[in-house]
Write a protein that binds this ligand. Sequence first.
Ligand SMILES: Cc1cc2nc3c(=O)[nH]c(=O)nc-3n(C[C@H](O)[C@H](O)[C@H](O)COP(=O)(O)OP(=O)(O)OC[C@H]3O[C@@H](n4cnc5c(N)ncnc54)[C@H](O)[C@@H]3O)c2cc1C
Length: 393
Amino acid sequence: MDDYGVPLGESERAFRDEVRAFLDRAMVDFADRRTRSSLDGMREWQRRLHEAGLATVGWPVEFGGRAASAVEQLVFATEMARAGAPEPINRSAINQLGPTIIQWGTPEQQAYSLPRILSGEDVWCQGFSEPDAGSDLASLRTRAVVDGDDLVVNGQKIWTSKAHYANRIYILVRTDPDAPKHDGITYLLVDLHSPGIDIRPIRQIAGSAEFSEVFFSDVRVPLANVVGPMHQGWRVANSTLGYERVGQSRTHRIERRLGMVVRLAAETSVDGVPRIADPRVRTRLVEFAARVEALRFIASRATAAGVLGRAPGPEASLAKLLTSEVDQEMATFGLDLAGRAGVLVTGSPGAAKGGAVAQGYLVMRAATLGAGTSEIQRNVIGEKLLGLPRSDG
Ligand SMILES: Cc1cc2nc3c(=O)[nH]c(=O)nc-3n(C[C@H](O)[C@H](O)[C@H](O)COP(=O)(O)OP(=O)(O)OC[C@H]3O[C@@H](n4cnc5c(N)ncnc54)[C@H](O)[C@@H]3O)c2cc1C
């Protein structure tokens, strides 16, 4: 079984050995946490993965992937989590935009964009949400009008993660304002350095500014950059959102956080008694461990749908909902375990885990909002998996 919960065949064992050998070599340079989480570190990590043919294992072979089976993907995710490997800088494009271009893009878009996603040459951000279009994304109002061989874009996006360092953005624009709201939307690839784009970072509760407002004023984008049919971008966007939920449900992060709360329970004590000796603490830890273990399988089933050539279905909502909620609960439990030292942020003397406990708690507030809120995932699960009546009547 080898810890994966499933027996490995010969080729899967060979794949595991290849991944382990790569990690043994490559992780030597990423032992330091700051290197791992810095932009340069993430960029360099993606370069190493790409060189080793491991930037994406799930994509089809003809587009630079390995067409990895669900079990191989589980092996890959488990080994990466175990080694504490960093995120590649373009993880979201590898998980979301790449598969969307594979599914909907023209051969020219595929030939140009996919290798640049894998090498990290292009770093992408997602411009879907607008001030009045979040959960109800189809209400978006950013306009694009055809002018010669271009579309001319005007409007505003918000909560655009990574816009402050990305060089490309994929956006949804309204191209037919007279059509019913789901039918007049187009999906567009845009150079973020185009004239007329203004990026204004938004500071978050944890202190950093990882997303931005992005304003478009008469930005010209070639019609050749439309992904999928004109006015049918809603269907294309739904592919991206499905892949995004699968990506959000990867268990990398929750496995790491589980390790952190177990260590915290072992290292902290009350009246000289380690927290981990308290049966209530042990019960919570065992519950978390069971949920994390179950999620590894739910996530690999959602991933497998993509490998089998099916777009991710409602199981992606289930995986995203459960992963974000257990992650948030573990971060809150970490704060409880650490006591007063837990609320001290990085830079404060005595901060638990150098401030990582407080940081984890604050950052995790967003987990149940980004990539669709928990309420929206519950609506999808209710309607599509349980067959309940639609929430809007
Ligand atoms: C960390 C983070 C990163 C993000 N990154 C990006 C990004 O890169 N690109 C991008 O485009 N967007 C991004 N977003 C935006 C994200 O997709 C939206 O925040 C999310 O879709 C919710 O939209 P909203 O914020 O407008 O909230 P609203 O839609 O206004 O929702 C407000 C509240 O009402 C509830 N609600 C709304 N409709 C319903 C309903 N039908 N049934 C039940 N409850 C409902 C919601 O659950 C929520 O609690 C990011 C968000 C976060 C937190």
